[in-house]
Design a protein around this ligand. Structure first.
Ligand SMILES: NC(=O)c1ccc[n+]([C@@H]2O[C@H](COP(=O)([O-])OP(=O)(O)OC[C@H]3O[C@@H](n4cnc5c(N)ncnc54)[C@H](O)[C@@H]3O)[C@@H](O)[C@H]2O)c1
Ligand SMILES: [Fe+2]
Length: 442
């Protein structure tokens, strides 16, 4: 990339000024917000409300695990009781692959639907958003990727997140994956923000510890990247800080005592607050790199973020000491009277400790050394063209950063995908956090 040939200071000044300029515009783009219903049973209450809207037929988009666990029951019972007609499409798999979205679109059209309930983790919610915009704009899904590529508004979307999480219930984005190109693409349109969302912690009590951990760190990453980036606003700062406080207070509890409904509700709120922060202020290199891991290796999104967050924070630290210090205070990792340097260090150490307590591996087992140049190139391009990061990387710097999470020979020898989950399951039974594994099992 051309940026590699200019000194770092010039690169940062150039790209930084460009992005800051863009941020002066983006801060005024109106972003709608959904009506939020919060608390155990809120998915049923939302069903009662939607039933009154008089939709012809509603498509519920979800995955087979959620359907099997019976998590839809509150919503579907309420829809039936209210006389609303609905169809369930439960074929979505992680990362919302385009062929499945196309099947969902066919279900929407064949059943003559006019509204969508996005029910599940980010994969189901984003698939639902993609179906909604594609139904109004008949063209290949990949060509809807980017900013405002659909002429017509999507069908109304209502959301029920079952992870905490992506924050997709309040964001302008739908992240989908293209198996043919082995990459992930993002559809961005303010009209993709759901009209209404139910944050129902009762649906989250069975979320396995390893998914609780990874999705929780995804929410933390949204808040942190929004807070340290150059598109921050007072509103996004407030949301990001609130999310960080709630996550440090509650994520460990959700991980070790998954049935704690109060902690689950706080994490659901944190995820939504973080979503509100980053849908305005955007994300950064953690996401730019995580998207490449997801596209190439199917690494779960939250896990990829969790592995990269400590490294990107250390790289960015010289440019964001004051912001890391503020985050440390909000996370109760230090006191405002301490020096900014000390507090910044405490925040980074606090993230390391949180990852460790949540069993997040240090390295990515699937990562192959020969892939690093391509991964870094794609991540740098993603960041340089869209993310207002506080410190830009050269290709070499990005490659070196990714190389830090290469598995070692010892990791390869001890890699045992099922083991991580077993340890985590035991931890829930005993109410103790799982032991840390050193590589991702994705
Ligand atoms: N649109 C956005 O703004 C945005 C933001 C961040 C991430 N994303 C995207 O979201 C996707 C990841 O979403 P995710 O992390 O929520 O995971 P996911 O939706 O892929 O779900 C992960 C797994 O958890 C299971 N699961 C979900 N809820 C459950 C529950 N309550 N109980 C038991 N099992 C449950 C699912 O069946 C699935 O197997 C990625 O594609 C990512 O790129 C989107
Ligand atoms: Fe994310």
């Amino acid at each position: 990339m051309i940026f590699d040939w200019v000194p770092e200071s010039t690169r940062n000044a150039g790209l930084g000024a460009l992005m800051k300029g863009a941020g002066k515009v983006t801060r005024y783009i109106p972003i709608p917000q959904p009506t939020l219903m919060v608390g155990a049973g809120s998915s049923a209450r939302m069903g009662e409300v939607i039933a009154g809207f008089g939709h012809k037929r509603i498509l519920i988009v979800t995955d087979s695990m959620i359907a099997k666990l019976g998590l839809l029951k509150g919503l579907t019972d309420a829809l039936s009781a209210g006389g609303a007609d609905f169809v369930v499409f439960d074929e979505i798999t992680p990362d919302a692959p385009i062929p499945l979205i196309e099947r969902g679109l066919a279900a929407y059209q064949n059943s003559d639907c006019d509204a969508i309930v996005a029910f599940g983790g980010g994969s189901s919610m984003d698939a639902a958003k993609a179906i909604a915009i594609a139904s109004a704009n008949p063209k290949p899904l990949r060509s809807l990727a980017g900013y405002l590529k659909g002429l017509h508004a999507p069908a109304p979307i209502y959301a029920v997140p079952t992870t905490a999480g992506t924050g997709s219930e309040v964001t302008v984005a739908a992240v989908i994956s293209d198996p043919e190109h082995r990459d992930k693409v993002v559809i961005v349109d303010p009209r993709l923000v759901p009209k209404m969302a139910a944050l129902d912690p009762a649906l989250m009590t069975g979320l396995p510890p390893h998914i609780t951990a990874a999705t929780g760190i995804d929410a933390l990453t949204h808040a942190v990247e929004a807070f340290v980036g150059n598109w921050k606003t007072p509103y996004s700062d407030g949301m990001a800080l609130a999310a960080v406080g709630l996550i440090f207070d509650n994520l460990r509890t959700c991980y070790s005592q998954g049935t704690d409904v109060a902690a689950r509700e706080k994490m659901a709120l944190a995820s939504t607050y973080a979503g509100l922060a980053f849908t305005r202020a955007n994300v950064g290199y953690v996401h730019a790199i995580a998207h490449q891991f997801g596209g190439r290796y199917h690494t779960p999104h939250g896990l990829a973020n969790a592995i990269m967050l400590p490294h990107v924070l250390r790289f960015s630290a010289p440019a964001i000491t004051d912001k890391l210090a503020a985050l440390a205070v909000r996370a109760k990792l230090g006191d405002a009277s301490e020096s900014e340097d000390d507090l910044a260090e405490k925040f980074m150490a606090g993230v390391d400790a949180l990852n460790r307590d949540l069993g997040i591996p240090l390295r990515l087992a699937a990562l192959r050394e020969e892939d690093i140049p391509d991964l870094a190139r794609a991540a740098c391009a993603e960041a340089a063209t869209g993310y207002p990061v506080p410190r830009y990387m050269s290709q070499d710097q990005c490659e070196a950063l990714i190389a830090q999470v290469l598995p070692t020979e010892a990791d390869a020898a001890s890699a045992a995908p099922a083991a991580t989950k077993k340890v985590a399951k035991k931890a829930v039974k005993k109410g103790a956090p799982a032991k840390k594994s050193s590589t991702a099992t994705a």
